[in-house]
Each structure stands twice: as C-alpha cells, then as structure tokens.
Design a protein around this ligand. Structure first.
Ligand code: ZN
Length: 258
C-alpha cells in the first residue's frame, strides 16, 4: 500500500523546490519505511542545508522513519533564533572557516582568497576528491552542484545560489557570518599560500620600475613567492570589504519560524 506524508520547507530551503511547490504543503508518496533524510533528499533538498525537522510538531533526527500521514516541517539554519530545546541536525560549525570549491567557482575562490580565507580550488577536482579533501582537512564544500551535498560523507556544505561571482561572495560572507574574519593581504590569490610582510630589498628584482618608485611596503606568498603591495587593487578590496560589513550591520537580526 502506498503511503503519503506531507512536507513543508521553510525559508531558503524553498530554493531547491520547483516554483509551484514552494512555501506550501506538498504530498510525498512512499513505500516501506524510508528515513526522513532520504525523503527530503529525494524531494531535492540536501541534508547539509537542514538544521531542524519537526514531525507532527516534535523534533526528530535524520534517521526517523516516515509513517503514513506524517506532517513534516523542515527548517534551515537559524543563526540567531533560540531553538535550543530541540534536536539540531546540522553538525557544529567548523572552528576555522576553510573552504573547498567545485570546478565552477574559480572566480569566487579568488574573491575568498582576496579577503583572506583559506580556499582550495583546482579546475580538475572531481566530486569524490572534493569530498575526500573536505573530510580530511575539515573544509566546508561550496558548490553550484547540489548532488555533491547529498553524498552521505559530506557534513559541511553550502549550495551557492547565485551565478554571479560578486553576489556569490556576498552570499558566502553572509551565510557563514564571516565579516569579522575578513583580512585582505593574508592569502595568496594565485595559490592560497600564506602571505607575509617582506623587505623591499628582498623582492626588488621582481618589481616593475613604477612599483619600485612609488611603494615601500611589500608582502610575499610563502609558497609561490608572488609579491603583493598596497596598490589600487588593495584599496578596491578594502572598500569592497567595508561595503560587505556595512550590509551586515544593516541586516535584520532574527528570523522567526512562521
Ligand atoms: Zn602563492
């Protein structure tokens, strides 16, 4: 006998549903006893995006087995809402923000490094490599490909909504609340290596005549030896970071469960 449960997805979890299924109760037909995790993922929502599931108003874990007639409410992460007396499904946030990006996010990788975030990116990573590295190095996966986030071994991941790199960086900074961790000139944009201050003498042979003339403070990547200085590019990054910070202070605090 086929059974039916009703599902409702809240807030940004609706991004994963077809437009006509958003923000309303949808019927889910099933056979046997699937777990609620399997059900939400077959509907299209990856488990890494979910923090709370209520079945008939009671919080459950991902391993809950669906029953005929269940009413299931599925919530994303509420950073500032106190729901401490229920079962949270999301793993605790990783202590240090570190990322690994899929092959479609090269520009975003550059932006993240520019703002000082530890970001791995290679244009030839395949899904299994990304998952393996993420697990071994405790990195959050950022991806445009929802299917990676449905792999069981993935504990920390985020599906990037926008296709525009400048919007993508805003999305990541907002979602992971990274405003206070922004530190330009600390990561190499080319290789993700650590950048340290260095002396002008030690890099003078690498400088163009104008740079030599106008700048005295230099930085260098420990890994690939690329040289950085506080030119116009640096001030563009600073003003971009300031804009992001301003946007964060205007952000409303608290998202209520509706
Ligand atoms: Zn480098």
């Amino acid at each position: 006998m086929p059974k039916t449960a009703e599902f409702r997805f809240y807030e940004e979890l609706n991004d994963f549903l077809p437009v006509d299924k958003r923000k309303s109760w949808l019927l889910y037909d099933f056979m046997g006893k699937p777990t609620v995790k399997d059900a939400v993922e077959s509907i299209g929502v990856p488990h890494t995006e979910i923090d709370l599931i209520l079945v008939n108003s009671k919080s459950v874990t991902f391993s809950y087995h669906l029953k005929d007639g269940d009413k299931v409410s599925v919530y994303p992460v509420f950073e500032s809402l106190d729901i401490s007396n229920v079962t949270h499904l999301r793993e605790k946030p990783l202590r240090k923000p570190k990322y690994i990006l899929d092959v479609q996010l090269g520009k975003l990788a550059k932006y993240l490094r520019m703002l000082g975030f530890d970001t791995l990116f290679e244009n030839n990573y395949d899904d299994s490599e990304i998952v393996k590295i993420a697990k071994a190095e405790k990195r959050t996966i950022l991806t445009r490909d929802v299917s990676i986030l449905k792999i069981k071994a993935v504990t920390h991941g985020y599906w990037i909504r926008s296709q525009k790199p400048t919007e993508q960086i805003t999305e990541v900074i907002t979602r992971f609340d990274l405003y206070s961790n922004i530190k330009p000139l600390s990561r190499c944009i080319a290789c993700n290596g650590i950048i340290n201050k260095t002396t002008k003498e030690s890099v003078i042979h690498k400088l163009q005549p104008k740079t030599k003339r106008y700048y005295n403070e230099f930085y260098q990547c420990k890994s690939c030896k690329k040289v950085y200085w506080k030119g116009s590019h640096y001030y563009k990054i600073k003003s971009f970071a300031a804009q992001l910070r301003k946007r964060s202070s205007q952000k409303l605090t608290g998202t209520g469960i509706k």
